[in-house]
Ligand binder design. Structure first.
Ligand code: PMP
Length: 286
């Protein structure tokens, strides 16, 4: 089936979906994005993703490109036209097209909006979750504003490629104090020997993942204690379980860090329970 993308007001075949070479996203990574899970044809946690988009835009001193309601219609229409039942919808907003110059474009320059949607077979993630995945650690080398979901992802790209080449799926960034910040495209968690969940506070060094936020509610319902504090790589290596969260992974077990086995080397019961319960707590859009 042919894929359709939304580009600046039009639905176009994916193969002909272009933005201009002087788009600020292309020239300066001057844009933000969101990725929202689609499950049974409906968006998961749309409200929270849209709230984070509004925040990212505000921090970038950009306006919402269209009213929230209209954006919701575009997201739904892109999902519908691509007949996505399970997968994700991707939204990117940049500061628009203007002659290349670091200063902001002239007021009134329209932002660029791109929306794509893609089917992903849920069985693939479930199969990986049964096995668990490996991560490597890499020195944190990103800017301080990783709380803004910008398309400037070069350090993340390099870190994830290094992970892939090392036979792992994710790279965990580690700050100068030896503490894990987050993954290249996920938030990082451990389960301590005494059964507590630990994840870094969202106030500094990480993106406030929507899945992370929802997982806090899941943990509360399951009566699992959560400690929001930084944890070191040493602590992670000694943990009972480790896992990552993101909109496309829910909770995904980590069974090896830098080649060292975590816990029993197989996905643990806490991660499994969080993964299984996630969708009971996430908000399902109309
Ligand atoms: N951190 C980073 C750097 C990410 O790219 C992502 C995925 N967008 C996350 C965390 C997880 O965020 P979410 O749960 O909202 O997908």
């Amino acid at each position: 089936m042919s894929r359709i993308a939304y580009v600046n007001g039009q639905y176009v075949p994916h193969g002909q979906a272009y933005v201009h070479i002087e788009d600020r996203g292309y020239q300066f990574a001057d844009g933000v994005y969101e990725v929202c899970e689609v499950r049974a044809g409906r968006m998961i946690d749309e409200r929270r993703h849209m709230e984070r988009l509004e925040r990212s835009l505000r921090e970038m001193r950009m306006a919402m490109p269209m009213p929230l309601k209209a954006l919701g219609i575009v997201l739904r229409e892109t999902i519908r036209r691509n007949r996505v039942r399970d997968g994700f919808v991707y939204l990117q907003v940049t500061r628009g097209v203007a002659p290349r110059d670091h200063y902001f474009p002239a007021p009134g320059t329209p932002p660029s909006i791109v929306v794509t949607a893609r089917h992903v077979d849920p069985a693939k993630g479930d199969a990986l979750a049964l096995q668990g995945m490996a991560v490597i650690t890499v020195p944190e080398n990103r800017w301080e504003r990783v709380d803004i979901k910008t398309v400037g992802l070069l350090p993340n790209v390099l870190a994830k490629q290094a992970a892939k080449e090392a036979g792992a799926r994710e790279a965990w960034f580690v700050d100068a104090e030896g503490r894990v910040t987050e993954g290249g495209s996920t938030n990082a968690w451990i389960v301590t020997r005494d059964g507590k969940l630990v994840t870094r506070p969202a106030e500094s060094g990480i993106l406030r993942g929507i899945t992370r936020t929802v997982m806090m509610d899941v943990a509360e319902k399951l009566q699992i204690r959560v400690e929001e504090r930084p944890f070191t790589v040493v602590e992670a290596l000694a943990a009972r379980e480790a896992f990552v969260t993101s909109a496309t992974n829910f909770a995904m077990p980590v069974v090896r860090i830098d080649g060292q086995v975590i816990g029993d080397g197989i996905p643990g019961p806490v991660t499994r329970a969080l993964r299984e319960n996630f969708h009971h707590h996430a908000e399902i859009a109309d």
